[in-house]
Design a protein around this ligand. Structure first.
Ligand SMILES: Cc1cc2nc3c(=O)[nH]c(=O)nc-3n(C[C@H](O)[C@H](O)[C@H](O)COP(=O)(O)OP(=O)(O)OC[C@H]3O[C@@H](n4cnc5c(N)ncnc54)[C@H](O)[C@@H]3O)c2cc1C
Length: 456
């Protein structure tokens, strides 16, 4: 592992009965630098290893859909850890509180890294409260290919300012292949909770039960791997022309990346292996790296360096606020309520179809995400109301919601990481999208028909 992934946060007294890895962001075994770092320390000290995971119903926007997906993933993790001789404990409750049941006996705590406000606060809370404990604390970055501060030390304006930095550095950070073998496989008798029966676990939680588990997408490394294998076998060739929502040539990796169930580094490696096995056109490979590396890591840069990434007043650029102010009072062609969107009840069939995809499956094609959000801007009384409605729906229904990409994707619709366009009513200089464009470019009727199948 490259040294830049590691932050040594606290010295310890070199005593303790085990090493503990708090798995929160990188919910996987494969290509997990934090887990591998924990194994290395355990082996050096000849200690057993504990992996701890906390499942908390008070997590922002928690609902049955995201919880089911996460629990499915944790089942994969548990099976693998047992095979590797690692002790796994899962606790239901506030992660950053429950972990203290295990810290006084620990030699070292290893944590992975999160970038959103509450993820950073959780880790800071554990660090601050551990100050008088004997253990050492390390934080390891594993969900980005290029570590966040190594990519850039400031908020970037757009893909054009960060691209060169990422492309020049990412080869250096292809730094993990397999997990070390754990020497000490002693079984410890630690308190843990059973979560094999997903329905029983879900029932216990005080979360939004209206947003049901997706029938289309299941969580876990094995599912992620299956989708990705399909993608490199059948769709990668056409990735450069992926915009047609009626014929999606996409990886569907965003939800797995969101929960850390698969690593973007692994996807990159697998793409390379595939390109050595068969001819894949370079334009498609470059287009995929542009999304997985440049756009995704730009989103992490955005939430990390933008204090108000989740607030209307701060999420975009001065030129965008200026143009929105100028057009604040333009007459909107339609005004809808959130319930109109959720009941697929607007005049626009393509928009309703996109809402069906979102509400019923938990996913939406990238092109339709742009169209969907732009229409909500057009049909809301104010820009601010539009922002809140878009973010609310995004984080409620998408399995990949509540991600740095969620905030960056929504802010993009309001001009962030974009540029001024030709001035027009309502949108001012914000980029505009219309239904005619969908009809002209794609077989949008086919998309609408396909989505209708989910609505029953
Ligand atoms: C209004 C709006 C809201 C969005 N909300 C979310 C969200 O909640 N969660 C989320 O993960 N993404 C979001 N995106 C970004 C993007 O639409 C999704 O990441 C993508 O559609 C996921 O599908 P996929 O994995 O099949 O993508 P693929 O095209 O197969 O791409 C592979 C990976 O590259 C990354 N990627 C692809 N497109 C983008 C992009 N435009 N920006 C940043 N990274 C990208 C993702 O990590 C993705 O999994 C949003 C975009 C917009 C315009």
């Amino acid at each position: 592992m490259r040294a830049q992934r590691l932050k040594h946060l606290k010295d310890g007294k070199n005593i303790g009965k085990y090493v503990i890895y708090w798995m929160q962001q990188s919910q996987r075994i494969h290509y997990n630098h934090a887990l591998n770092h924990a194994v290395k320390i355990a082996n050096k000290q000849q200690l057993p290893l504990v992996v701890y995971f906390g499942l908390y119903s008070g997590y922002p926007d928690a609902n049955e859909r995201s919880f089911a997906f996460m629990i499915e993933g944790m089942r994969d993790v548990k099976i693998w850890l047992e095979r590797l001789g690692v002790n796994f404990v899962l606790r239901i409750g506030k992660s950053e509180e429950m972990i203290f049941d295990y810290l006084s006996d620990a030699h070292t705590l290893v944590m992975d890294r999160g970038y959103l406000k509450y993820q950073r606060l959780m880790r800071k809370y554990v660090l601050d409260k551990s100050i008088n404990l004997d253990l050492a604390i390390d934080m390891v970055e594993s969900d980005l290919i290029v570590p966040i501060e190594e990519a850039s030390d400031k908020r970037e304006y757009g893909a054009y300012t960060i691209r060169k930095k990422l492309l020049s550095k990412y080869q250096y950070y292809r730094d993990i292949t397999s997990l070390d073998v754990l020497d000490n496989k002693s079984k410890l008798n630690l308190e843990t909770q059973d979560f094999d029966n997903i329905h029983l676990v879900l029932e216990k939680f005080n979360i939004d039960h209206h947003v049901k588990k997706s029938d289309v997408y299941k969580g876990g490394y094995l599912e992620a791997s299956k989708w990705f294998t399909h993608f490199v076998q059948h769709d990668i060739e056409d990735y450069k022309d992926r915009n047609d929502p009626s014929d999606p040539k996409l990886s569907h990796m965003s939800m797995y990346l969101h929960f850390g169930q698969i690593s973007s580094l692994e996807l990159l490696e697998r793409l390379e292996i595939a390109s050595m096995q068969k001819q894949i056109n370079q334009a498609s490979i470059d287009a995929f790296i542009e999304q997985l590396l440049v756009r995704r890591e730009l989103a992490f840069n955005y939430v990390y360096y933008t204090k108000g990434y989740d607030q209307f007043e701060y999420m975009s650029q001065p030129w965008a606020y200026k143009t929105m102010k100028k057009h604040a009072n333009d007459e909107r062609p339609y005004i809808y309520l959130i319930s109109d969107y959720e009941n697929f009840n607007t005049h626009d069939k393509a928009f309703n179809a996109a809402m069906i995809e979102m509400v019923k499956t938990g996913y939406m094609h990238n092109y339709m995400r742009m169209y969907w959000a732009k229409k909500i801007i057009e049909w809301s009384k104010t820009f601010e109301e539009a922002y809140h409605h878009i973010l609310y729906l995004n984080n409620k229904y998408f399995i990949d919601g509540r991600d740095p990409n969620s905030y960056a994707g929504v802010a993009w619709c309001f001009g962030n990481h974009d540029r001024p366009w030709k001035e027009r009513d309502v949108f001012g200089q914000l980029r505009y999208m219309n239904a005619e464009g969908l009809k002209r470019k794609f077989n949008i009727e086919l998309y609408i028909k396909k989505m209708k199948n989910y609505s029953n």
